[in-house]
Design a binder for this molecule. Structure first.
Ligand SMILES: [Zn+2]
Length: 281
């Protein structure tokens, strides 16, 4: 309430910075996902959960090629903990926004599979369908995001791998159900045309989106709720591990010239460059 609530606009705006960064630097992409099904079958025991062990077994190139989401989150947690120790408010806010993004991504089933946009099963577009279209249609009107208090996470790596394994387990359902449902809708019924910022775009129709959401029995809402809890709990854990600094006495309250330049260059890259690495949609 002391720190995050007054800066909720900043957090909302900058929660998408990591996606903008994908248009600026190549190394950014793999931080958002892990194609864990590259490493055998559930629960993917052949993949060591510790970075050094995983590098020793598969090489860093392979890990980078299939995504480093769960490990990157641990780096973010260290950085945020350090920012709390330094009592550096602008650093805390920037890192909190970034980390929230990676945590939420790890809750998305299609961020845990090679077939991340249904490209192998003729379901291109399913990525944005699950993570954007459905929430945009239903989140504000129908879903409940009161999730209670943040909790201290004793073992962050274990927590995050747990969430990633849940995502991986759900990916199959996400793909299979959409395939099934598509058989009972003609393509006319599946898609609709809507105006967005003055352009007509083809998107999944609301009838089709609602039918899919019903079939998933609240999975998207449930994953969003779990993301919110995880984000709050990671922020809280960083603060506790930093020795619970007094949040009314922070320094660096204004973003530096460098910070502002960085925000600006992210926007420029995002508007002008093609995405580096692989695409979502
Ligand atoms: Zn992302």
């Amino acid at each position: 309430m002391v720190l995050y609530k007054p800066h909720i606009d900043f957090l909302e705006e900058h929660a998408v910075d990591p996606d903008k960064r994908r248009y600026a630097i190549t190394e950014e992409g793999p931080r958002h996902y892990i194609d864990i099904d590259h490493y055998g079958s559930f629960p993917y025991d052949s993949l060591p959960r510790k970075w050094n062990d995983a590098v020793a077994r598969y090489s860093e190139d392979t890990l980078q090629a299939y995504g480093i989401g769960p490990w990157w989150l641990q780096i973010m947690l260290y950085r945020l903990t350090d920012a709390f120790k330094e009592k550096n408010q602008s650093k805390i806010l920037k890192l909190s926004a970034d980390m929230g993004h990676y945590i939420a991504d790890s809750h998305v089933p299609l961020h845990a599979t090679k077939n991340h946009n249904g490209q192998y099963t003729d379901q291109k577009g399913i990525h944005g369908f699950w993570e954007s279209r459905i929430p945009e249609l239903l989140a504000e009107k129908e879903w409940d995001f009161f999730i209670g208090k943040a909790e201290f996470i004793k073992n962050p790596p274990e927590f995050i791998w747990g969430r990633v394994l849940e995502s991986a387990a759900a990916a199959d359902t996400v793909l299979k159900f959409e395939k099934q449902l598509s058989l009972s809708f003609s393509s006319d019924q599946r898609f609709s045309f809507e105006e967005r910022n003055g352009v007509t775009v083809r998107q999944y129709s609301s009838a089709y989106s609602k039918a899919y959401n019903d079939m998933l029995k609240g999975m998207v809402e449930r994953r969003m709720r779990q993301s919110i809890f995880a984000v709050a709990s990671f922020w809280y854990t960083a603060w506790v591990n930093a020795g619970q600094p007094d949040l009314t006495k922070l320094s660096n309250k204004n973003f530096s010239a460098d910070d502002l330049k960085e925000f600006e260059s992210l926007n420029t890259a995002w508007k002008n460059n093609p995405m580096k690495g692989r695409e979502h949609e």
